[in-house]
Ligand binder design. Structure first.
Ligand code: URA
Length: 213
């Protein structure tokens, strides 16, 4: 299942507009802040798909019931562009466990993904939320997902991005034989010859933290 949030007008569109805008995005602090706010909004959306349990609460005046999340999600951040997006998620899922992954794309004729680092809790029977702002080729997400399976079999699988390309969504669909949900704020037109998303926003990692050598 693919859920595209900007099909409905919401404040998230303002964050994404500023992230895409070629002048506004130059303000690095603002870019990171918008990515974090988008993470908060998307965490709220993803939270609606989790399991809830009626829980009694005593107020100073009486007693009532609230629906509380009854699962323990694991939030996965892929260094480096995912960091501010992940911060937005962990602001909302503020007691969640987190996994950290070092993976990067090696640019050449065919983009390949180098995997270097994984620190993760056990994932058995827990919702797995993999956070990556740019779902471009889908190769990093599939590589990271396969590696994470060494840590157990999750109860549900969520890939969350700010901007996705149809090619990446198709790549995931052709390689995962489990049920999963892609949540994206926007589904763009295509990838260019360098596998950047068009219209996209550019290099999210560079916009957050500067160019790599
Ligand atoms: N990563 C980015 O930061 N931007 C893209 O367009 C694709 C991958």
């Amino acid at each position: 299942m693919v859920i595209v949030l900007n099909k409905q007008a919401s404040i998230a569109n303002q964050f994404l507009y500023e992230m895409r805008h070629k002048d506004i995005q130059k303000d690095r602090a603002k870019f990171r802040h918008n990515l974090k706010k988008l993470g908060q909004v998307m965490a709220y959306e993803v939270s609606k798909s989790l399991q809830f349990k009626k829980t009694k609460v005593n107020t100073p005046l009486s007693t009532t019931e609230v629906d509380l999340i009854n699962e323990s999600p694991v939030l996965v951040t892929i260094l480096r562009a995912s960091m501010p997006f992940f911060e937005g998620f962990i602001d909302y899922f503020d007691q969640a466990d987190a996994a950290f992954v070092g993976a990067y794309r090696e640019e050449g004729k065919d983009i390949s993904v180098k995997f270097e680092y994984l620190a993760s809790p056990n994932l058995t029977d827990r919702p797995l939320i993999i956070i990556d702002p740019m779902l471009a080729t889908g190769k990093s997400l599939v590589t990271v997902y396969n590696k994470l399976l060494e840590k157990g079999s999750p109860s549900s699988i969520h890939f969350v991005s700010a901007v996705a390309a149809p090619e990446g969504i198709e790549y995931i669909a052709n390689r995962l034989n489990k049920k999963y949900t892609v949540w994206t704020a926007a589904l763009d037109e295509k990838l260019n010859s360098m596998s950047y998303i068009v219209p996209g926003l550019g290099d999210a990692g560079d916009l957050c933290y500067g160019q790599k050598e």
